[in-house]
Design a protein around this ligand. Structure first.
Ligand SMILES: Cc1ncc(C[n+]2csc(CCOP(=O)(O)OP(=O)(O)O)c2C)c(N)n1
Ligand SMILES: [Mg+2]
Length: 657
């Protein structure tokens, strides 16, 4: 907390630093800096006229070092902003630098000491937000990111959308110069807008444009609170360049920093909880489907408790680690077919749990069919219903349910568990036990079938995705591992065969299926895991990495250990299948243009040397591995490099899926 320094700003130290700066800069700087510093606390520095047309000179004003800088008279507004930020638990600020937030950038590193938050150098705004997204899922704490108003925020958008769909808090700060009459003409004006937040408004929980420092203090604490109240989500604050840069008015005497107190998550209504419990307790075949049910480690424990109480199978759709894969009640999605009651916990798409859809029916229109029996009762606990906006369709198809609780599942589970305990009739207890025995048997058989399927084409070259995943696991199994991301499609082998039990064994996917999430999110999550002493591994697809590979450099620069094992199938295989499917549907032979997949879907000829790409940015790297016998030893070496603190990438040529 820096409340005191905010009320009685600028300690002596800074004045001394300031004088030292003047001495170095020499006589060419402000005419009477000492007098300026001592007296003029209210006056803003003189602004240049803004009538210049945008031309090379104007562009140079932004891109070259200014010849002469007037000294600030008083305390920088952005120093106070840093005081506010420091009252919250924000460890890092991954960002791509820009003039619209140069003042707060300068305050963060010089006044704030580059700690809490520490600035991380990013080469793309999408990478910065993607890192914050991944970080939260490993650490449970949000990061902030600074974006250049308009262009930077435009780059950031897809990652913000992924965070929105994935219900992950990220604090997005956009620099913007609001005062049209005084802002620098040319480039900075191109980079300003009336309302930069409109770029991300449809997929943020809240945004604001503070016009004063006290307003900033309230907005920042409010933004943090909104972002971190379930359902979580990204928030945006537009930060006026003038407000950052100008000295504090009235010497900041009346400014205060509101205290952050975390809000409790919304809990299901008592009546609805009782009704759900009654249905579940009396069901013949209750099935629990989970997607983002567990926000924390405790969430997994609660899902296990409820499942065991009912001896109900659990289908994990995997947006988070919700349920141990080693538990005998863990079942594949088909388990829903026989259910008479389905409990959905934080499902991103309830409709698709109980319906199926085939995309190429007659006349090019898809075919819907139900997966469940006609009288199956549906119960939903889903906090996303508290977040619905109109434009983007992340709310998915409308599904009628019998008991609907717009509430946080993890927060509602304790009450539901108690209600189920009281609702189970004595004469049902034996039948419930029996369900458990059947589940153990089915689980064992399922595991065996999966193992046999994984052995198929074990020695194939390019390497099978099952072998890719199991050779990786063999090298990390004795470490405190965390699968931080799996981009592309490896047929779900890790969730099918790795013994995932802890909440960080799997962090889930992007949320919005915006490809390009995997690389930055895995670096962000690896950063969190580094600080928590865990070993991070990612399965990195080729298409995903090529959207913004610069994040590899950020990982090396900031010494973030991460093992990236590549699923390099030399293509956008998902799209290979789409175009192929349409060609088949239309009775045409797909034009491959000399590649493996239809034109526009391969990433080959030339083949990308991902190991060289990574090496050039400071990674330990090896590849391309085509012979499956070489895979294990290569990963072993990579693990050793990661243990020494370096990121390492193994470029593996794989089968399509
Ligand atoms: C930003 C973005 N652009 C395009 C797509 C469409 N898309 C979906 S999957 C995919 C292929 C991704 O390739 P890769 O990461 O290599 O995975 P693979 O399908 O080969 O396993 C693409 C381009 C998307 N989802 N997001
Ligand atoms: Mg691919």
């Amino acid at each position: 907390m820096r409340k005191d320094s905010a009320r009685h700003p600028r300690p002596e130290v800074n004045r001394r630093k300031f004088l030292a700066g003047v001495a170095v800069a020499g006589a060419a700087t402000a005419a009477n800096p000492v007098a300026n510093a001592a007296t003029s606390t209210d006056a803003a520095p003189a602004r240049r006229p803004s009538a210049l047309p945008p031309n090379m000179h104007v562009a140079a004003a932004e891109t070259q070092t200014p010849k002469e800088l007037p000294r600030i008279g008083g305390v920088a507004g952005s120093d106070f902003m840093v005081d506010v930020i420091k009252t919250l638990d924000i460890k890092y600020c991954p960002s791509n630098c820009a003039s619209s937030f140069r003042a707060i950038h300068e305050s963060l590193i010089n006044y704030g000491g580059n700690k809490m938050p520490e600035y991380l150098t990013c080469t793309h705004e999408e990478s910065a937000i993607g890192m914050a997204h991944g970080y939260f899922k490993a650490a449970g704490k949000p990061l902030m990111s600074l974006c250049h108003g308009t262009v930077g925020l435009q780059h950031a958008t897809m990652a913000v959308y992924n965070a929105w769909c994935d219900r992950v808090p990220v604090i997005v700060i956009g620099g913007n110069d609001l005062d049209a009459a005084h802002r620098p003409p040319g480039v900075p004006t191109f980079h300003s807008a009336q309302d930069i937040n409109s770029i991300v408004r449809d997929y943020t929980k809240w945004d604001d444009t503070p016009v004063g420092l006290q307003h900033f203090a309230q907005s920042f604490v409010r933004a943090y609170k909104i972002a971190t109240t379930p359902p979580y989500g990204p928030v945006a604050i537009s930060l006026d360049a003038g407000l950052q840069q100008e000295p504090m008015k009235n010497n900041g005497e009346k400014l205060y920093i509101p205290k952050f107190v975390a809000a409790s998550p919304p809990q299901g209504d008592t009546g609805a909880v009782k009704e759900a419990a009654r249905l579940l307790a009396n069901a013949q075949n209750p099935v629990i489907v989970v997607d983002r049910a567990a926000r924390t480690e405790n969430g997994i424990r609660l899902v296990v408790q409820l499942a065991e109480l009912l001896q109900a199978p659990v289908i994990d759709n995997g947006a988070r680690m919700n349920f141990p894969k080693t538990h005998y009640l863990s079942r594949p999605p088909t388990a829903v077919n026989n259910a008479d009651v389905v409990l959905g916990l934080e499902l991103s798409d309830f409709w698709a749990v109980v319906n199926s859809y085939i995309d190429n029916g007659e006349h090019g229109i898809g075919i819907n069919s139900t997966r469940i029996k006609p009288d199956t009762k549906l119960i939903s606990i889903n906090s996303s219903e508290l977040l619905t906006k109109s434009n983007y369709q992340d709310f998915q198809r409308f599904q009628s349910v019998d008991v609907s609780m717009p509430a946080d599942a993890e927060a509602t589970l304790p009450a539901l568990i108690e209600a189920v305990k009281s609702a189970i009739p004595n004469d049902r207890k034996a039948a419930i036990e029996k369900r458990g025995e059947a589940a153990r048997k089915a689980f064992g058989e399922q595991k065996e079938r999966t193992r046999q399927a994984a052995a198929l084409a074990w020695d194939a070259s390019p390497i099978s995705t099952a072998r890719l995943c199991m050779e990786t696991f063999a090298q990390i199994k004795d470490l405190d591992w965390s699968l931080v991301s799996s981009s592309g499609n490896v047929s779900g082998w890790p969730s099918r065969l790795w013994p995932m039990e802890k909440h960080y064994h799997w962090l889930g996917a992007s949320g919005g299926y915006g490809v390009g999430y995997g690389a930055p999110a895995s670096v962000g999550a690896a950063l969190a895991n580094r600080d928590l002493g865990r070993f991070s591994v990612s399965i990195q697809s080729d298409g995903d990495l090529m959207y913004a590979p610069g994040v590899l450099w950020t990982a090396a620069k900031h010494k973030i250990p991460l093992l990236a094992v590549m699923h390099n199938n030399r293509g956008y295989h998902q799209e290979v299948m789409h175009v192929q499917r349409l060609s088949n549907f239309r009775n045409r032979v797909a034009s491959l243009g000399g590649d493996m997949g239809p034109i526009g879907t391969s990433i080959q000829n030339p083949d990308i040397e991902y190991h060289k790409l990574a090496e050039s940015m400071g990674w330990w790297a090896k590849g391309p591995i085509k012979d499956p016998a070489e895979l294990g030893p290569a990963i072993r070496q990579a693990v050793a490099a990661v243990k020494s603190g370096q990121p390492a990438l193994v470029n593996v040529w794989t089968q399509p899926r």
